[in-house]
Design a protein around this ligand. Structure first.
Ligand code: PMP
Length: 276
């Protein structure tokens, strides 16, 4: 596989990063993942804008727009210009002797790679999730490479034969280990507001736009964990998760319909967006 590293396209095996890179030492970096579908990136501008604002939040200075041509060069070097694929972008603060505070005058490390991936048109198969206390920090709005909390939570899901761990903080459902969570009750769509407790997923934003255009009422409010069993439908959203219905929470089949009507409408509208 080919890798873009600091201005060069290299074979992955030849790409070298210093052990003193702050991404390695501290997880001091930001990343982004976007999907290329039928020859274009899905919501590229929104992803690049989130990358820009996340870098701004942690004071890494980088002209994100300069990556646009580099991305196309990488795709062509990878033979993926025409292929459906996923692109990973990572920017770390750079290389410096280990000290916590931001070192002055260092260059960020920029790494990108892409791999072929065709996402399903629609995710018909509902998934099982487990609940867990949200033990992460309170700046979940930053899409940082320090993902240990998310990694541990996803492993917890796997060990329970589940697709996702859904987090609860102070009794309220926030998001999941690598996706956002939505609930439907009486045709009203509920999801946690985009504050410091969740990552504002691009797919989440797209689904909220779709609700608007389909005249589906939205409540930007986290659902109390105690009310999960009373909801009519639930689904996850994410770049590769897309819109995936939830059937089972903590081993209880909460949403017996394989796919609720609101989830179905959103999925169909989402499919149209992808292929428009
Ligand atoms: N929340 C978390 C914690 C995530 O890591 C992700 C990204 N996989 C999402 C939500 C969904 O974001 P997006 O729709 O932009 O992929």
């Amino acid at each position: 596989a080919k890798v873009y590293l600091n201005g060069e396209i290299l074979d992955a095996a030849d790409a070298r990063i210093s052990v003193f890179d702050r991404g390695f030492i501290f997880g001091d970096g930001i990343y982004e993942v976007m999907a290329r579908i039928r020859g274009r990136f899905f919501y590229r501008e929104a992803h690049m804008e989130r990358l820009r604002t996340c870098l701004e939040k942690i004071d890494i200075s980088l002209d994100v727009s300069s990556l646009e041509t580099e991305i196309l060069t990488l795709l062509s070097a990878s033979g993926l210009e025409e292929a459906d694929c996923l692109l990973y972008i990572q920017v770390t603060r750079g290389v410096a002797p280990r000290q916590h505070s931001y070192p002055a005058g260092i260059q960020p490390t920029v790494m990108m790679y892409a791999w072929p991936k065709t996402l399903p048109d629609i995710n018909h198969t509902p998934v099982a999730v487990v609940l867990q206390k949200d033990f992460r920090w309170s700046r979940c709005d930053i899409k940082m490479t320090s993902l240990l909390g998310n990694v541990m939570a996803n492993e917890f899901a796997k060990s329970h034969n589940c697709y996702e761990t859904v987090f609860e903080r102070d009794g309220i459902i926030t998001e999941a280990s690598h996706s956002n969570v939505f609930f439907v009750k009486n045709d009203v769509v509920h999801t946690h507001p985009a504050n410091h407790l969740i990552l504002d997923g691009i797919t989440r934003q797209v689904v909220l736009e779709l609700c608007k255009s389909l005249s589906i009422e939205v409540q930007l409010q986290g659902i109390p964990a105690s009310q999960i069993l009373e909801m009519d439908e639930a689904f996850l959203t994410g770049t590769s998760t897309q819109i995936t219905p939830i059937s089972t929470v903590d081993g209880k089949t909460v949403y017996p319909e394989s796919m609720g009507p609101v989830t179905r409408r959103l999925q169909e509208a989402f499919l149209e967006l992808k292929f428009r």
